[in-house]
Design a protein around this ligand. Sequence first.
Ligand SMILES: Nc1ncnc2c1ncn2[C@@H]1O[C@H](COP(=O)(O)OP(=O)(O)OP(=O)(O)O)[C@@H](O)[C@H]1O
Ligand SMILES: [Mg+2]
Length: 248
Amino acid sequence: MDQPFRHCRCLRRRPLTATALTRAPQQPARITGRLGDILARRGIAPDAAAQEPAPEPVTALELAEGRIPARYRHALADHPQVTAWADEIARSGRPGPAGAPGIAEGPSLRIVGPTGTGKTHQAYGAIRTLLAAGVRLRWEAVTAADLYARLRPRPGFDSERDLQGLMRCPLLLLDDLGAAKTSEWTEELTYRLINHRYEHLRPTLITSNLATDALRAALGDRVASRLAQMTERVTLDGPDRRRTRPAA
Ligand SMILES: Nc1ncnc2c1ncn2[C@@H]1O[C@H](COP(=O)(O)OP(=O)(O)OP(=O)(O)O)[C@@H](O)[C@H]1O
Ligand SMILES: [Mg+2]
């Protein structure tokens, strides 16, 4: 008669029986004692782990800070239009299953201005404001250039699924729109993303160096027209903050 697992040489030598599969139950006290011996040999007090303070509860803001790029991890939105937008979104949130308000529909914001005036800072600051206000927030942030790179069709990657995720995400930060080199393909992709969010009133934070005319030239009139209707424009000016040192 065939032995079970006859392809395995070691098992063929020692037929697999119920006895071979059954281990004698280890006594918890014996295991604890052996663990204590091992720890003692390594100079670790056996109850060291038990004495560690209980971890502090992690807030949604702390969790999200792990996803925010280090440079903007402590960004504060202090522009009045940006704080007003965050307040409006927080107020329009609908209570979710856990009680906390979740965002579903709402206005979008387009933060424009020259390089280094703090557009990305304000955008991440707005996300942090919402998280701190307890809004249950599924959000994504991507620069337009990274978006085009990541969605470029390639074997073994479902870029359509990725795009659909960004279309449907409750809050999207699309950073540096219009800064990447454009083509018919990037235009179409931007159109699909913006159009979906436009149709479903999904709150979207957009930053751009380009004023309306230049954005129309870069992304096409269909995108520019939708952005004109769906976003409130916030204009930042002043010097490039990367090149100016704060006063001592
Ligand atoms: N309100 C602010 N308070 C303190 N630091 C700020 C503020 N706004 C911007 N910064 C800092 O200034 C620098 C430039 O800001 P940011 O990257 O947001 O500019 P930007 O307008 O997005 O630039 P770009 O057009 O090149 O993308 C960053 O180091 C940022 O941390
Ligand atoms: Mg930026």
